[in-house]
Design a protein around this ligand. Structure first.
Ligand code: NDP
Length: 375
């Protein structure tokens, strides 16, 4: 790692702008942590169309998706969506650069970019079909990027975009919530101590909702500090019975999956538009194991059957997904600068320590986010 640090110092120095090669962590095949490879010689992105923004990465963060993508999760579908300019020389997806969050500085803009200029501090969640932020530079379209909150360092800012974009998509698009429509809403968040959960608690409290969460005993202080009104320790006993003693919920955001939906759906108010949104869906797994067509059809039928069954019981069943949304991050930026949303950074690693950062996230039991400082 000494060599890596030396080469990083050389490469991340003042002459780093607009070169054709750059330092990055890449994978050349899917597998365990051993497939992560540092190189000084990755293809540096450049602005290729009018709407693109080239960003020098200052900090990145890791999500469970990075661990899954490293192992090949979603590859059947993502292969079809890989940005053609990101594809390797042989037309395949390798080498892939992981990392879905970036906080950094704009170094170049396409001719049609109106909201950003070189020198702007920005943050963004990077769609899984684009090259990621464990690199010196990343290229995104203007619509995926937002001005970074002024009150946060790059390290803090990098902890937020991907979980924020996911939580907003799940709570707003699937859950039907919005900032003007939350004051009398009771929301349950399962798995609230991780990245999506710690962000969602704060967003929902900023919007005025009543928030109940499930987490382990040793995360209670964290989630209460972020504003959770009621906390149920899922390790202490039967979580379903405990939650069943409480008033019913308008929205459930499920970050845990597994058998949660078997007991959680019964905790919703019936016949009042209540929604269960799970982020843990079999969609990509089905496509990985069955192929594109069969996997998509199987997933569609599976979802349809659950939607219909639950509709008959007076509740909505939905799958939630990350969706790229720069403008939504503008709103988050304002909430952060107003002190209503705090970054929750559990661990920080240097760029030379990326495999350790993966190990940390792979170990589970997150309490917020794991960040990598790049520049
Ligand atoms: P994290 O790993 O950051 O957090 C998960 C949290 O859940 C941990 O704090 C863990 O702590 C806790 N947990 C584990 N088991 C339980 C349980 N039975 N009850 C309550 N809490 C539990 O993940 P993220 O927050 O980033 O993401 C949450 C889920 O959403 C992940 O499965 C992720 O893959 C998925 N996701 C899906 C997206 C999509 O587009 N569909 C996008 C983003 C995320 P502990 O084990 O110590 O209790």
């Amino acid at each position: 790692s000494g060599n890596i640090i030396c080469s990083l110092r050389r490469n991340l120095g003042s002459s780093s702008r607009l070169r054709s090669r750059m330092p990055a962590w890449v994978i050349d095949e899917y597998g365990n942590n051993g497939v992560l490879r540092f190189t000084e010689d990755a293809t540096a992105p450049s602005v290729n169309s009018a709407s693109e923004v080239l960003i020098q990465v200052h900090a990145a963060s890791l999500n469970p998706l990075d661990i899954s993508m490293r192992s090949g999760y979603g590859s059947n579908l993502l292969k079809l969506r890989w940005d053609p300019v990101s594809l390797g020389q042989n037309g395949g997806e390798f080498p892939i650069i992981l990392g879905r969050d970036v906080s950094g500085v704009v170094v170049d803009c396409g001719s049609g970019v109106t909201h950003f200029k070189p020198g702007d501090e920005v943050w963004a969640a990077i769609p899984p079909w684009k090259q990621g932020s464990l690199a010196e530079m990343v290229n995104l379209t203007e619509y995926e990027v937002s001005h970074k909150p002024r009150s946060l360092s790059h390290k803090e800012a990098a902890s937020i975009p991907y979980v924020a974009a996911t939580a907003l998509s799940a709570l707003v698009n699937a859950g039907g919530l919005c900032r003007n429509h939350c004051t009398n809403k009771r929301v349950l968040i399962t798995g609230a101590s991780g990245g999506v959960g710690t962000f969602s608690i704060q967003l929902l409290k900023a919007w005025g909702a009543h928030v109940t969460v499930t987490c382990s005993h040793n995360a209670e202080g964290l989630v209460r500090g972020l504003g959770a009104d009621e906390v149920v320790d899922y390790t202490a006993g039967d979580v379903a019975t405990e939650l069943g003693l409480l008033e019913k919920f308008d929205v459930i955001l499920d970050n845990v999956g597994g058998d949660s939906e078997q007991w959680a759906l019964g905790l919703l108010k019936s016949w009042s538009g209540a929604k269960y949104v799970t982020l843990v869906t079999p969609f990509l797994l089905n496509i990985d194991s069955m192929g594109l067509l069969e996997g998509a059809v199987h997933s569609g039928l599976n979802l349809h059957q659950k939607v219909i069954t639950n509709m008959c019981n007076g509740v909505f069943y939905r799958w939630g997904f990350y969706a790229p949304d720069g403008p939504a991050l503008d709103e988050v930026s304002q909430l952060v600068d107003a002190g209503k949303i705090l970054p929750v950074v559990e661990a920080t690693f240097l760029f030379s320590q990326v495999p350790l950062a993966f190990q940390k996230v792979e170990g589970g039991h997150a309490r917020g986010k794991t960040v990598v400082t790049v520049a």
